[in-house]
Design a protein around this ligand. Structure first.
Ligand SMILES: Nc1nc2c(c(=O)[nH]1)N[C@H]1C(S)=C(S)[C@@H](COP(=O)(O)O)O[C@H]1N2
Ligand SMILES: [Mo]
Length: 235
């Protein structure tokens, strides 16, 4: 009797432990400070095959012209609700404060991959441009239309100022120690490590500080959010 009760007890105990563990994970997500760092990995953990996803070869004429010239004429525009709009070449971006990090990318389609990213710290660029007090979100306008046609709606995404100022939020120009390739978002793509994959805008054309999304496309703050995905995709 005592033994079976004990066995039963330990079974219940295991079940409780399992559910307590998932509860802890859920609770941790709720209470984990927004500025906590995403885990970083060792160079030996970099995925040999990091899957390119979504757009992998933009067809827009303005993008093709820049690509043909090795992005020498590319200028990143930072505008909207800023005191000092910026237009920066890739060389100028490389001269700005930067960060290098090895992180895990997490796509809603159910795959992950670890990669090394280096890029300009978004917080420093926003300080340089000087956000106006009304600015609440940072919008990333991209070159690509997911339909691979020239006139389809272009990809865009947005994040709030907590993610924009997060220390691991960078505009990446290198991946795994090499210049960022076209499939992964050349010449410049966002890494916002506390968010799911679709928030990481590739092929960034222009950055706009805004107070709301009402004036942009479907008004939900992103290409996929306009099509039903959550705008906030924190992990
Ligand atoms: N401009 C643009 N950015 C994008 C996408 C896209 O189609 N266009 N796809 C998103 C999705 S769903 C994912 S998972 C990642 C994929 O990044 P990768 O190609 O480096 O794997 O890019 C994101 N950023
Ligand atoms: Mo994704």
């Amino acid at each position: 009797m005592a033994l079976s009760a004990c066995e039963r007890g330990s079974q219940i105990g295991t079940r409780l432990l399992v559910s307590a563990e998932s509860l802890t994970k859920a609770a941790q997500r709720l209470i984990l400070p927004r500025d906590a760092l995403a885990p970083e990995y060792g160079a030996d953990q970099i995925s040999p095959d990091f899957k390119p996803n979504g757009s992998i070869d933009p067809a827009a004429a303005d993008y093709l012209a820049l690509k043909a010239n090795g992005f020498a004429d590319y200028r990143l525009e930072i505008g909207g609700l800023v005191e000092r709009p910026l237009r920066l070449s890739l060389a100028e971006l490389r001269a700005r404060p930067s960060r290098i990090q090895i992180t895990k990318h997490d796509c809603v389609e159910g795959w992950t991959a670890i990669g090394q990213w280096s890029g300009a710290k978004l917080s420093a660029l926003l300080d340089e441009a000087g956000l106006r007090p009304e600015a609440k979100y940072i919008v990333f306008h991209c070159f690509d239309a997911l339909t691979q046609t020239e006139d389809g709606p272009r990809y865009y995404e947005s994040i709030d100022l907590i993610d924009a100022r997060h220390p691991q939020t960078i505009l990446a120009y290198d991946m795994n120690g090499e210049v960022l390739g076209v499939p992964h978002g050349a010449p410049l793509r966002l890494r916002v490590e506390r968010q799911l994959g679709y928030k990481h805008a590739k092929y960034i054309r222009r950055i706009e500080a805004v107070e709301s999304f009402d004036h942009i496309e479907g008004g939900k703050g992103g290409y996929w959010p306009d099509r039903g995905y959550e705008w906030y995709a924190g992990i």
